[in-house]
Design a protein around this ligand. Structure first.
Ligand SMILES: Cc1cc2nc3c(=O)[nH]c(=O)nc-3n(C[C@H](O)[C@H](O)[C@H](O)COP(=O)(O)OP(=O)(O)OC[C@H]3O[C@@H](n4cnc5c(N)ncnc54)[C@H](O)[C@@H]3O)c2cc1C
Length: 433
């Protein structure tokens, strides 16, 4: 059967359970809340809103999980870019405490949802390892492990021998393990969230790109390209790395580079025993980080930055295949079965941004690389706020939409930086490892 949407054939797409039917919006509807975007943020918002008794219609341009949520590495990593001490310094003791609790529990939420809704999602919670690629980073991750341990997380600093044993490569100088992390089949998880949201009473429409948003009296009229509309009291916009021009200037608040992933054929049992033998998921401390793991069928996945533009052909993934060969020479001759990519949305301060430019219009954008947990939790938090009106339930303050100065130049700049880092540390130069 022909593909219903233009998703590059990823490993996740090939192996996820079938999606629940989400037919396009064909007639005008009314709801308490209309959610735009069917990734983890929108789906989790829809699920938690419906569970709280609100009537919800979700409109997704392609199909639930089509964006970053169906394309990512499936690494469930708690926290954000900032360590607890940095969060406290940035947000103050009280808001910092609340934010540390929030970001520290994002992985718990994902695994709890999988459990609660008996989701058909291949998953394993064996921990996340962050490998350090320079002596300075070894010191940084040692502090990070201690800080999160002080917050009650089960963490461990890993010396060079231990990190080499757990990763199956000697290319890192040390690292730390966060036992709260784990791995999921990310598209299966997105589809399962969609199924749970539908089960809770939310109405989901795929192939329903929203192209107009109009305020009328106390309501919003959300119209799709097919001309049908949803009239709702409130709207949630959760379009992240696939944000277009629906909301003026929103797209210009983020840089949206592509992240690329390759997956090998399944490893033999012998080979699998030499690579990540205990099943952790992992990423490293490089500026342009590498992230890798085995999936539930023992394929080895390697992810990292690629060209900013959309890929042309398999050569756009060749740098990742070279990384696999350097890091794991024992994989020589293995076939790469899948190559795919997706867009992340980077904000200037590396934090998700919440906006409410007009009453009843709530926007969540900017997710960086921790969106499996973070965007699931953001969706839940937004649902709590919309149901109660209590902004204390939001983990981040609502801020004005502020485009990055010289946005187009910024994208060019990031593109150049990516090329530079790929030539240096991102490219696994020997001096870095
Ligand atoms: C290759 C890659 C690897 C990654 N690896 C990891 C990882 O291992 N761990 C981790 O935690 N995070 C990872 N991330 C980040 C993570 O995938 C994202 O943070 C997360 O999926 C974002 O979820 P979201 O719901 O905010 O947005 P998305 O999942 O991107 O969903 C946005 C949706 O909005 C829809 N949309 C856009 N415009 C409209 C419109 N006008 N009308 C209707 N719908 C619209 C899009 O079709 C899309 O489906 C990775 C991302 C990528 C791309």
């Amino acid at each position: 059967m022909a593909e219903p949407f233009p998703l590059a054939p990823s490993l996740w797409h090939a192996t996820a359970p079938a999606a629940s039917p989400t037919p396009p919006l064909a007639t005008d509807r009314h709801a308490d809340i209309c959610v735009i975007g069917g990734g983890y943020a929108g789906l989790s918002a829809a699920l938690h809103l419906a569970e709280a008794g609100a009537s919800v219609v979700l409109l997704e341009a392609q199909e639930p999980g089509w964006g970053g949520s169906g394309r990512n590495g499936g690494q469930v990593i708690p926290g954000i870019k900032y360590d607890p001490s940095e969060i406290r310094a940035k947000f103050g003791p009280e808001a910092g405490r609340a934010l540390i609790n929030f970001v520290g529990s994002t992985a718990d939420l994902v695994f709890a949802l999988i459990e609660k809704h008996k989701m058909e999602v291949p998953h394993r919670r064996a921990g996340w390892i962050q490998g350090a690629h320079t002596p300075a980073m070894v010191e940084a991750v040692k502090r990070r492990a201690e800080e999160w341990a002080d917050e009650g997380a089960e963490t461990a600093f890993l010396d060079r021998d231990e990190v080499s044993r757990l990763l199956g490569t000697d290319r890192y100088l040390g690292g730390w393990m966060d036992r709260r992390g784990g791995g999921v089949q990310p598209l299966a998880y997105a589809r399962a969230l969609a199924r749970a949201a539908i089960g809770a009473g939310a109405v989901l429409h795929g192939r329903s790109p929203v192209n107009s948003l109009q305020r009328k009296d106390e309501s919003w009229i959300v119209r799709t390209t097919q001309g049908a509309s949803v009239t709702a009291g409130r709207v949630v916009v959760a379009t992240n790395g696939y944000t277009g021009d629906l909301i003026p200037k929103l797209r210009q608040t983020v840089i949206r580079p592509n992240s690329f992933i390759v997956a090998t054929e399944p490893l033999s049992d012998n080979l699998a025993g030499t690579i990540l033998p205990e099943g952790q998921v992992t990423s490293d401390t490089r500026q342009l980080l590498l992230y890798f793991r085995k999936d539930h069928t023992n394929r080895l996945l390697m992810g990292g930055r690629g060209p900013f533009r959309e890929p042309h052909d398999a050569s756009d993934w060749a740098h990742l295949e070279r990384v696999v060969a350097k890091m794991y020479p024992q994989t020589k001759g293995l076939r790469f079965d899948y190559r795919w990519c997706g867009r992340v949305a980077l904000t200037r301060d590396f934090l998700p941004h919440l906006h409410e430019p007009e009453p009843g219009l709530l926007i969540d954008i900017g997710c960086m690389g921790r969106g499996v947990g973070l965007q699931t939790a953001m969706g839940k938090a937004m649902a709590g706020y919309l149901v109660s009106g209590d902004s204390a339930l939001l983990p981040f303050p609502i801020v004005p939409i502020k485009p990055l100065p010289l946005h187009a130049l910024n994208e060019l700049y990031v593109s150049a930086i990516i090329t530079w880092y790929r030539m240096t540390d991102g490219g696994m130069k020997d001096k870095a490892a």
